[in-house]
Design a protein around this ligand. Structure first.
Ligand SMILES: Cc1cc2nc3c(=O)[nH]c(=O)nc-3n(C[C@H](O)[C@H](O)[C@H](O)COP(=O)(O)O)c2cc1C
Length: 330
């Protein structure tokens, strides 16, 4: 049974990864319904938060139904990170997660995200200060290292644990790899197998089938799997993994009706949360996956991803429901 601080997150929990512009309240709600055990917000800039930037503070919205939920923040300045902790606490998350893994230039160039992998002492002292500044469990998400020649994850994980980090999620790539190549889970397993480690070690990177999740659990012995891309437009991934764990068999894919229902609810929740324009715009990226496999779908997809008015998008969902009723997904 894995525990993050005092929070019982079950046996081999499945965690929804923090994903910018994806892991928002509507999407987190859908993933939670489909079996995600822990969900994380997308990363939130500590500098944005302390300046009360509207875009950053909106990302702090969390809802009872998604608990346990972690709010992820990033930054490299101690004072800003500590102030952010105080702001984040007011939203009442269950967990505060620190992003030490984001590879993008605009973040890394400021020494934040994966940029901090070049300065392990700062990474540890920031974590320590944040742990001391809050009663909430602090977790860390990071990568294997800056590049192939500087992988120090074993040492880094121990140090983070020693200063009070309550769980660590490790993406099995270096910063230099960005998203290229295959995630390497062996160094994550080394962290887990270190007899000094007692906090949960969650694996991340390329879990895109129930078999891979099982491999992470049984062959690599990790404490849980953090799932990102496989869930985009496919929140059912969580239930499919759980079904496979329980029965050893693949669950039938969601029906057309379930997909249309999810798309409708996703769009409606997005509009309710962030308004018509952004709601319509930011839900677009999910539709291709929601309806993946339907032949000659282009006409409908185009309507969904080019209409600026939600009425037209809802109409496209109705048309799909009628046109492809009973369609059997492979
Ligand atoms: C669209 C997108 C946005 C992401 N945003 C974040 C983020 O805000 N914070 C973070 O720690 N990682 C972020 N990531 C990385 C994911 O959390 C995860 O580590 C990575 O996608 C590997 O897992 P996967 O193979 O299951 O997708 C993002 C990834 C994607 C694809």
């Amino acid at each position: 049974m894995a525990k993050i601080g005092n929070i019982d997150v079950g046996d081999f929990p499945l965690l929804l990864a923090p994903m910018e512009d994806v892991s928002d309240p509507p999407f987190r709600a859908l993933c939670k319904e489909q079996g995600a055990d822990v969900v994380y917000t997308e990363f939130i800039s500590s500098e944005g938060l302390i300046r009360d930037a509207a875009k950053s503070t909106m990302k702090l919205d969390i809802y009872e139904k998604e608990r346990p939920v972690g709010i992820q923040i990033f930054g490299a300045n101690l004072e800003s990170m500590l102030q952010s902790v105080e702001i984040v606490e007011k939203s009442g998350p269950d967990i505060i997660d620190i992003n030490f893994g984001c590879p993008v230039k605009k973040v890394v160039s400021k020494g934040a995200g994966a940029g901090i992998l070049k300065d392990v002492d700062l990474m540890v002292s920031l974590t320590k200060a944040m742990v001391e500044h809050t009663n909430l469990p602090v977790t860390v998400k990071t990568r294997l290292g800056w590049d192939h020649d500087s992988i120090k994850i074993l040492e880094v994980a121990e140090k983070l644990q020693d200063v009070g980090c309550q769980a660590i999620s490790i993406h099995g790539r270096t910063r230099a790899q960005m998203y290229k190549g295959e995630a390497d889970w062996a160094p994550i397993a080394e962290v887990k197998n270190n007899p000094r480690m007692h906090i949960p070690v969650f694996g991340n990177g390329d879990v895109d089938s129930p078999e891979k999740a099982m491999e992470m659990r049984d062959s690599y012995g990790l404490d849980g799997a953090m799932i990102g891309r496989a869930s985009i437009g496919y929140p059912w991934f969580f239930r499919e993994v759980k079904h496979y764990f329980k029965t050893g068999e693949h669950m039938a894919p969601p029906t057309l009706e379930e997909r249309v229902d999810a798309a409708r609810r996703h769009l409606q929740m997005a509009i309710d949360w962030k308004g018509e324009r952004l709601g319509v715009f930011e839900t677009r990226r999910h539709y291709t996956n929601y309806f993946k496999g339907i032949p000659h779908f282009k006409e409908y997809r185009m309507k969904m991803v080019t209409s600026d008015d939600s009425i037209d998008v809802f109409k496209a969902f109705d048309e799909v429901e009628k046109e492809f009723a009973g369609y059997e997904f492979a």
